[in-house]
Design a protein. Structure first.
Length: 366
């Protein structure tokens, strides 16, 4: 607006001339003459320097407001605002994506650590399974050894039974005499034999039942540990899937608990095996004591027989005395040979060795 005012003022100064009184002076472009309004005689005036005017400046200004331009400017402003908003949203999105990238990198590192941890768990369980297999093999070998020992003990029992039968036969042959003092030795020997048979059968039944029970417990324990291992393997395979951190931790705890339980079962089995060994040694000692009692009874029976033979020799006549003396000597020699061939007992401070007539030895350690 100020520029248009200046233009208007300059144009008015150029076109208008100062009016004094009734005289109007008009500037003409054809010459330097000034005419009087009331006369035709020109008044000669000095020439006026021509003024060059820019006609474009004389043109009136178009002060109308262009609504299209204003709308375009408004649209441009809106577009600029929209672009600014989009730029800000892009910046926020870039920041969010950077945060997501960092979070994914952290998750990736954690997953890699978990993978290494899982591999260590697999190695631990494989080692545990191998140890259980070794223990199973060792227990199988121990089972075979105990079975062979049981067979040896059974054969020894059979040998002792056969020796006992032979001794009973010899005793029946020697004791059967015609005398007035008839002792019921058959009944005594039968009772002693019945007691020995009952004790031997009871010990053998106890040993067999104990061995069967231990074998059954061992098989049940092995099957239980096998089921636990299968369940643990299945859980490990399930834990290989992603997003199972809590299940992995729970499985690790269950695995540690299973390892502890297996160790406790192993300790119990070792303790049971040790108790079985002690029981076996105790049974051997009991069997040795029973054999010692049997030998003592055999010696006592032989002593009674000798006493009976001595009484019979004193009651007989002189000729019969001589015959009886010879017969007694023969019988005594026979008894000594039979008793010496029956069993030989050698006792040390901690070891007792019993040798029968077949040459087999039974060694018992206190």
């Amino acid at each position: 607006q100020s520029l248009s005012d200046q233009r208007r003022e300059s144009s008015s100064k150029i076109t208008e001339v100062t009016v004094t009184g009734l005289l109007y002076l008009i500037i003409t472009t054809n010459g330097h003459h000034v005419y009087n309004c009331w006369g035709s005689s020109p008044v000669i005036c000095p020439p006026i320097t021509a003024v060059k005017v820019n006609e474009s400046l004389l043109a009136p200004l178009n002060l109308e407001i262009d609504l299209n331009n204003q709308a375009i400017r408004i649209l441009e402003k809106e577009e600029i605002k929209t672009l600014n908003n989009r730029f800000a949203s892009f910046i926020d999105k870039v920041r969010f994506l950077e945060q997501q990238n960092k979070m994914l990198e952290t998750k990736w590192s954690l997953l890699q650590e978990q993978t290494s941890h899982r591999s260590s768990i697999d190695i631990m369980f494989e080692t545990y399974i191998a140890n259980l297999h070794r223990q199973l093999d060792g227990l199988g070998n121990e089972k075979v050894r105990l079975e062979s020992g049981l067979q040896d003990m059974t054969s020894l029992v059979e040998d002792f039974k056969s020796n006992k039968v032979e001794l009973e036969c010899k005793l029946d042959i020697v004791v059967e005499m015609d005398n007035s003092r008839n002792l019921d030795m058959d009944t005594i020997v039968a009772e002693v034999c019945a007691q020995y048979d009952m004790i031997a059968n009871r010990k053998r039944a106890e040993a067999e039942s104990w061995y069967k029970q231990k074998t059954l417990n061992f098989l049940l324990t092995v099957s239980k540990h096998g089921d636990d291992l299968k369940n643990t393997k299945a859980e490990i395979e399930e834990l290989h899937h992603p997003n199972h951190e809590a299940q992995l931790k729970e499985a690790e705890e269950r695995g540690e608990l299973a390892v502890k339980v297996a160790k406790l079962h192993l300790q119990e089995l070792e303790a049971a095996l040790l108790r079985a060994k002690h029981d076996m040694a105790h049974q051997v000692r009991e069997y040795q004591s029973l054999m010692n009692i049997k030998l003592a009874l055999d010696i006592e029976i032989a002593t009674y027989r000798k006493l009976l033979e001595g009484d019979e020799s004193r009651w007989s006549s002189g000729k019969d005395v001589q015959k009886t003396g010879l017969k007694q000597k023969a019988v005594t020699a026979k008894d000594v040979s039979s008793s010496s061939s029956t069993a030989i007992i050698t006792k040390n401070s901690k070891t007792t060795i019993i040798t029968n007539e077949t040459g087999k030895k039974l060694v018992a350690t206190e």
